[in-house]
Design a protein around this ligand. Sequence first.
Ligand code: ATP
Length: 242
Amino acid sequence: MSTAPVLEVRDLCVSYGKVEALHHVSLKVETGQIVTVIGPNGAGKTTLLSAIMGVLPRSQGEIAYLGHAQREIEVERMVAQGMTLVPESRALFGEMTVEDNLLLGAFMRHRLGHRDERATMAQVFEIFPRLRERHTQMAGTLSGGERQMLAVGRALMARPRLLLLDEPSLGLAPLIVREIFRIVADLKKSGVAVLLVEQNARAALQIADYGYVLETGEVAISGPSDQLQDDPKVIESYLGLG
Ligand code: ATP
């Protein structure tokens, strides 16, 4: 018996007013996979994540999460069922401590009756020892890399089955990018599926199982990451010479 993919997007079109930002996008994330969507600024990556999360309406297509079709604007159900977004802005509460930001990540689980946030926080601190060291610090005073760690850590507090990451490398030094990506790659071992949206195609393809290249709202190329890394067009447009 085959199990349904964690996420399946079929023929998705999304418009802002009269302007269509996504044209017939289809993609899949299987259990235990890291799937990346790479593409330049304005390609529609954030729009794609917003539609998947059930925040934006779609003009056409279907989104199935854990084998169930998503109706329009279902963000609350998506969150309750373990889909968690780490937005590009990181959207932290700067005037609150690291620890309180983390606790907010468990809000929905708490509402659903789970009382395991302290144990989950201990696991998050195992993954990000830097956050444990700084648990009483105000989030607004963290460095860029630490903020990204906190954003991912807060998402993990929801014990996600599918983590949607919007450009986690944005604005970070290469060493920190490597650290964040190593942690994302490790998450796979704990059974979390990841949809990783990135402009940093090199780093993303290194950890992903499968990739999609999004250009002006359309999937231009897709395939296993190792194939994409060898694809002349991907090399020329996204991997450069370095
Ligand atoms: P970036 O990497 O720069 O964040 P992106 O690939 O995430 O880009 P989107 O932010 O999804 O791209 O934008 C896709 C297109 O939709 C762009 O042309 C953008 O201007 C447009 N767009 C995004 N949000 C809105 C909005 N709220 N209203 C109108 N147009 C929008």
